[in-house]
Ligand binder design. Structure first.
Ligand code: TYC
Length: 107
């Protein structure tokens, strides 16, 4: 016999514990560009301005950072938006015969 078996009033009470709210935020993703030896600098600046809404100055700074460091951050987005950016940028680069690589990583 335990406290749960002792239903003296006979109304078959059920103990209900409220679940804690599941409010975990969905992850965000960094979209990055990778350096290579062949893509022209002007093309990378154009990508950053046209697909990531950077000013010409910011695009130039980010491009130079990628050129010197190997990678650089274009923006942070939900998974769907990041996947689309990567696909659109990589398709655009291939259409223009440049090997520029755009990728995403969880942030
Ligand atoms: N390294 C390239 C060059 O010297 C320029 C470049 C910058 C390429 C950034 C890719 O993501 C890149 N022409």
């Amino acid at each position: 016999m335990n406290e749960f078996d002792d239903d003296r009033d006979g109304d078959d009470d059920v103990a209900i514990k409220e679940a804690p709210p599941q409010l975990k935020k969905p992850p965000l993703y960094k979209v990055i560009l990778l350096n290579d030896d062949f893509t022209p600098m002007d093309f990378v600046i154009e990508i950053l301005m046209d697909f990531f809404a950077k000013s010409e100055q910011d695009a130039t700074d980010i491009m130079m950072c990628i050129h010197n460091e190997g990678t650089g951050l274009c923006g942070v987005y939900s998974r769907d938006v990041a996947e689309t950016k990567v696909e659109v940028v990589n398709n655009y680069s291939r259409e223009h015969q440049h090997p520029l690589m755009c990728a995403m990583e969880e942030s």
